[in-house]
Write a protein that binds this ligand. Sequence first.
Ligand code: AMP
Ligand code: MG
Length: 332
Amino acid sequence: MAGKTKVMKPDASSISRGASLIKKGEVVAFPTETVYGLGANALDANAVRKIFLLKGRPADNPIIVHVSSIAMLQKIAKVDARALTLAKKCWPGPLTIIFEKKGIMPANVTCGLPTVAVRMPANKAALALIRESGVPIAAPSANISGRPSPTSAMHVLEDFDGKIPLILDGGHTKIGVESTVLSLAGTPRILRLGGFSYEKLKKLIPNLEIAGHPKKIGGPALSPGTKYRHYAPSVPLMLVEKKEFGTFASKLKAGERRVLFFGPNFPKKTIAQLAGQFEYFLYFKDGENAARRLFDELRDSEKKYDRIYFCEIEERGAGRAVMERVRRAAGK
Ligand code: AMP
Ligand code: MG
């Protein structure tokens, strides 16, 4: 696309503009409750190809398809009774479920896999856009591959100004990390931690497991996207593990502009001792707060500091998804 990128608040006229772009095979960025999506008609292989090109997304990383109704889900996927009950209970919401796909789905959305990942987003503008387009919308996060995901329209503009015709600006996203990806084939397994917490999902699915990292377990990646380095800011992100809280400061280099991200588990008296060593301290009051702000603060901090130090937070609730992102961004 050549020309200017329009940034519009979602209302009847901008949604209708977005829907007609989608129907024409163009790409539109829109807000969801997790992060911003870069959307195209999931049934149009050419439109989907544009998403891969724009993002520089590896060709073996399938895209989540967004629907606005169960009827729309059933057009693209084979849905058994158990998955249907779960979808009805959890949607709209930050839970992506893997289904066996139907023939109507172009091969490039799923990168040739026999399955398709689907969710119904809990965001009015997103739902209205899908409904009015009349087609399921394939949408990965609206960032250049590898960069921190976008949680505001400004982040999308940073990566795609002049490259897409429209960004629907729904303000800062509510959850801030991507959806949880769930497989129901065999033992129910979380393939990617995300906005729907493990604890909450475990209450609905008692035998739920979390898939190990592909590198750790040595096998092929169950969810292809999880094998890539991801979410990384343009300056080094250093993960400070809990066991290093008391000692890491003695190893800091001189003449470096640094910011420290920390949560309630970080000892307060250590903060006082670090006062001269960091230019800025950034406090997350819990996992949910860290999830909401993580990508935004990474994008902001890469402009201001030489290095970002992230002190491990508790791995519960949204804190699990946050720590998974931080490890990957730190190259762990
Ligand atoms: P993103 O769109 O960047 O938020 O990433 C989508 C995630 O869902 C990636 O980790 C993909 O590998 C995963 N995913 C998408 N489709 C499938 C599928 N059919 N089977 C397993 N994982 C999938
Ligand atoms: Mg992404």
